[in-house]
Design a protein around this ligand. Sequence first.
Ligand code: ZN
Length: 126
Amino acid sequence: MSKLCQGPSCHMYDTQDRKRGPKGNKRNITRTVGQYSYGNNNFCTLTCHNDWAKENMDRAIDYIGRLREPKAMTPENSWQKRENYYTWQRENGEPRYYYRNICTNEQRPLTESQYNDTSYTLNTGE
Ligand SMILES: [Zn+2]
């Protein structure tokens, strides 16, 4: 089943695809989230996403937990998996898959299975 757009005013935007009912008694209804979805598949348009955010974002963030202190990039939390797309570099011995520490610029080679393993990480910090 298709998900309904969560935009609080989705039904108030006047488009043909929202119209339902018999001639003379048409009314606009909330859209389903279509092929072009926004906000993690919860909204039909960026406008509906923004309408929801304006009404609810502060409460949602407070419910989840508002960030109170700045986060910091450290060497411990800065390993990112990368893939080397340059064939000529790989032919010169550089690895196809590698970790790059975006804080220190250190690089470490990865196997393909390590690269594809979503739980494999060198990150140890927050
Ligand atoms: Zn919508």
